[in-house]
Design a protein around this ligand. Sequence first.
Ligand code: URA
Length: 431
Amino acid sequence: MIPAVIIAKKRDGLDLRAEEIDYMISGYAKGTIPDYQMSALAMAILLQGMDHREVADLTDAMIRSGSTLHRVSDLPRVDKHSTGGLGDKTSLILAPLLACCELDVPMISGRGLGITGGTLDKLESIPGYRCNLSDEESESQLRKIHCFITGATDHLVPADKKLYGLRDVTGTVPSIALITASIMSKKIAETLDALVLDVKCGSGAFLATEERASELARSLIAIGKRAGVMTSALITDMDQPLGAMVGNACEVDESLDVLRGQGPLEVRELTIELGARVLMMTQRAPDLMTARVQLREHLDSGRAMERFEAMVHMQGGDLRQPRPLGRRHPWTAPRSGTITKLDGQKIGQAIIAMGGGRTVAGQSIDPSVGLLFERRLGDTVHRGDVVVRIFCDNGLRMEEAIRLLDSAIVIDDAPPRTQVLWKDFDDTNAS
Ligand code: URA
């Protein structure tokens, strides 16, 4: 087969055959298809889309690029995955929380992608934390404490590991086909029984409208069901960051607050809503109310926190060592009024500009930079009030972040709007 012919076929809007998709994906994982051809194909897929059969073939090809994980017990295997957002830290809390409910949680997560942060980058701001567990290490950890959070490796969904890094820096993230195959290849390779998806919608998500987010949810659920994984989704608000913190080290701090039974209410509530869907699917709770009570109890009793500490310890991390945090600078309101917009694209770019995300593949990031939102959408502010605190040690980078925040945050005279944090996705049409 000739890679350029396959790329041109998709460029011209034609459907790719399973063999063509497999040729490109397996070749890319092995190194016989170079980055430039894969980037061209990813861009063609983004622009032309893929039908359901092609997305299923793409997902299968990505799973086949490596091995899959084995069951280690009779407990249901469950997970949660987000489509990507700002301040999106629920995975850090949910993995140990679900592990407290007699469930195995083999979580394979990702790094920062486009303007959004990544669970692995956040966890690596804990000194010593390893995101490259071998299969033996992850299985042994699952047997002992029922959860781990690690990354795709050279033999576990290696195609996603490479393609994810490539998409991050080539403007090829917001494609329903590529997001579906990326997420579902990792999740199906985990050999799951149940999966809950947090499909983000708004300016800080890859898909800004509810219509597009629903399309993504439908695609994800259909691939999950096809693989025999019970899959449900919430469509959740990303018109503003989740919680107060956006960054790497600072999001770990906020997650620890929630694990201690404190922290921002919206982070706690969304984590509980996602977890409750998993408890329902696995019949760990008879109804959502009971599920919520069960999850709140694990947070408030400190059990989820203990499990998180055990997970970090087993993965080499040391929570007693200080996590890096840049010097603080205030961003103040230039006028009085109501905060009517927190543009997620620009906020994400501000984090990247400070070094908290990547501009080229494989770049190391600065975990100490971040933003602390003192005010939220709809809040009334007076001129000079601190709206955001910026964490950054580098003056030039901070200046650039300030410029981006100047255009990201809109304050005017409009009345406050009510934000809906989450809604259930009705999956009756996903099959
Ligand atoms: N999370 C993933 O793992 N992949 C994507 O493409 C988006 C979010």
